[in-house]
Design a protein around this ligand. Structure first.
Ligand code: FES
Length: 125
């Protein structure tokens, strides 16, 4: 979960409550914390999840490479493809699909919504 700020605006708190209560979405980051082309690792329900911003859209996927558990957030993001820093497996961050590499499994992805400058995610798989 994203750290709660005492200075959070009331409309942001209302959006967080609405999204969390009714739809299973959890607030994970502020939009301004993730510039275009960047990745940020967050913890959600004790899972490491990467939030990435590409072409103005946010994507969320597991931080753990299925090969040897390397942190994908320390890899390289090129367009919609993240490359593992350890043995260079590549995954499409839009659907978690394996593009290339020494692993046979895709990575889990999360549904993303943005409301009131806050990024929310919900587990898809
Ligand atoms: S740990 Fe990611 S490809 Fe080996």
């Amino acid at each position: 979960m994203m750290k709660t700020s005492r200075r959070r605006l009331p409309q942001v708190r209302r959006a967080e409550k609405r999204m969390s209560d009714s739809s299973g979405f959890s607030p994970v980051a502020n939009v301004a914390d993730i510039p275009e082309g960047a990745m940020k690792c967050v913890a959600v329900d004790r899972r490491r999840v990467v939030i990435a911003r590409v072409d103005g859209r946010f994507h969320a996927f597991s931080d753990i490479c299925g090969h040897r558990n390397a942190p994908l957030s320390r890899g390289t993001l090129t367009g919609h493809v993240v490359e593992c820093p350890l043995h260079f497996a590549q995954f499409d961050i839009r659907d978690g699909r394996l593009v290339d590499g020494p692993v046979s499994a895709d990575i889990p992805v999360y549904e993303v919504r943005v409301a009131d400058d806050t990024v929310f995610i919900r587990h898809l798989l």
